[in-house]
Ligand binder design. Structure first.
Ligand code: FAD
Ligand code: UDP
Length: 391
């Protein structure tokens, strides 16, 4: 049983660190943060590639964007942000187009100029075949018409999900905006940027508090019998693993990253190039130097690229994207029942709730957990309750 500890946080990703930082700095609690990995920060962790000094996001490229003012102000306590604006291109049959689909993509693809009204009319005609979209394919066709769907979405989605797009939820595709202007920014959010000193410096500053103790290479599940029931816990690891997979495995996609140092100062001229063709095995290539054009310390004659491959996750793999089939949703409901009955443990974050959360969403959700659960618990003994808010 941990002594002199008021709260145990399992997992040091953005969710866990936000809870820990607020509880230590604002509520005056002594917080023990554990992580299974040998570093803090969860999937947002980054490190300098040793040969080139270029900051590499080890678990896939992370772009910070939010329209939530509270989250933006909170993040700015720990880091300032560059003026980076994310833009993505896609290669299809040997030609390059701008993504997400915008007026530029439409003009390039159909090989002529369109006014916004002409482009709307063209796509409306091509999209008319779908009346009430109920899956990813129908939703995409209803938004951009079949020709653009078949070029830019079908093959990429097949590689990303290895699932028939008619069996995938429509929401996945609504993450991508469609624009009838030449605006080719990837995100619509009010605030955007990359942490000036890198993600790891930001994450370390969140953990740097005299009342926070961090223990790495430590799996919470190995000590839970000593903790649960004695000290309140915020658990941000995988929900199914916590319960010994009693209700079955929740389905995840994982990614394999293939990193390579190239003997050139510029491999692709842009941070992210998507590959829409189904016969190219990777979904995209990241070139990390382009995330920080302001850093003149990067070498002029070497660059780091990372090819990204997607596949189903087995138990030992890193779980990245919840698949969310109907069977997954049924299992999730069963796990939520178990979570409700698990006294003294709050489940949070991407793995703990089986939800795709961007960083700003993980931070926002952690701030709400502190406001709605932890503050009333520590101030007036309110019982900690899982769920209810989002079902
Ligand atoms: P995580 O970061 O996954 O942290 C969970 C931590 O818990 C991990 O460190 C893990 O080791 C630890 N843990 C698990 N089980 C245990 C246990 N039993 N005991 C101890 N520790 C445990 N968001 C964006 O905003 N923009 C992006 O561009 C973006 N790109 C992404 C790309 C990829 C490939 C992925 C996977 C995610 C991306 N995200 C992005 C999402 C972002 O990574 C998440 O929002 C963020 O990681 C959520 O934080 P979290 O704390 O919930 O989970
Ligand atoms: N997508 C696509 N082609 C692209 C980019 C995205 O078909 O060039 C689809 C794909 O199904 C993907 C979804 O849109 O899963 C969401 O894309 P996003 O870039 O948000 O995916 P992430 O960055 O989370 O991998």
């Amino acid at each position: 049983r941990p002594v002199n500890i008021d709260l145990v946080v399992a997992g040091s990703g953005f969710f866990g660190l936000t809870v820990a930082e607020r509880c230590a700095a604002d509520l005056g609690l002594r917080v023990l943060v554990l992580d299974r990995r040998g570093h803090i920060g969860g999937n947002a962790y980054s490190e300098d590639e040793p040969e080139t000094g270029i900051e590499v996001h080890r678990y896939g490229a992370h772009l910070f964007h939010t329209s939530n003012k509270r989250v933006w102000e909170y993040a700015n306590r720990f880091t300032s942000f560059t003026g980076y604006r994310h833009r993505v291109y896609s290669t299809f049959k040997g030609r390059v187009y701008s993504m997400p689909i915008n007026l530029g993509t439409i003009c390039e693809y159909f090989g002529r100029s369109f006014t916004p009204d002409e482009a709307r009319a063209l796509i409306a005609g091509q999209a008319a075949e779908v009346a009430a979209p109920s899956n990813l394919e129908e939703k995409a066709v209803s938004l951009i018409g079949r020709p653009l769907y078949e070029a830019f979405i079908r093959g990429y989605t097949a590689k990303q999900w290895q699932t028939d797009p008619r069996d995938l939820p429509a929401e996945i595709i609504t993450r991508l905006p469609v624009r009838y202007t030449f605006d080719n920014r990837y995100f619509n959010d009010v605030y955007e940027g990359l942490p000036v000193d890198g993600y790891t410096a930001w994450l370390e500053r969140m953990a740097d508090h005299p009342r926070i103790e961090v223990r790495l290479d430590t799996d919470f599940l190995d000590m839970r019998d000593d903790v649960v029931g004695n000290v309140p816990v915020v658990y941000t690891g995988a929900l199914d693993r916590y319960f010994g997979y009693a209700e079955g495995d929740l389905g995840w996609r994982t990614l394999d990253f293939e990193m390579e140092v190239k003997p050139t100062g510029d491999f692709q001229g842009t941070p992210v190039m998507n590959y829409a063709d189904e016969d190219v095995p990777y979904t995209r290539i990241h070139e990390f130097r382009h995330f920080h054009p302001e850093r003149d310390r990067y070498l002029a004659d070497k660059t780091v690229i990372m090819r990204e491959y997607s596949r189903f996750a087995a138990r030992g793999d890193e779980p990245y994207y919840p698949i969310n089939t109907a069977a997954d949703r049924a299992r999730l409901l069963a796990y939520r029942e178990l979570a409700r009955a698990e006294g003294g443990v709050l489940f949070g974050g991407r793995l703990g709730t089986y939800k795709y959360l961007d960083m700003h969403m993980a931070i926002a959700s952690a701030l709400s957990m502190v406001d709605n659960q932890l503050r009333p618990h520590f101030a007036e003994g309110a019982r900690l309750i899982n769920g209810g808010e989002d079902e």
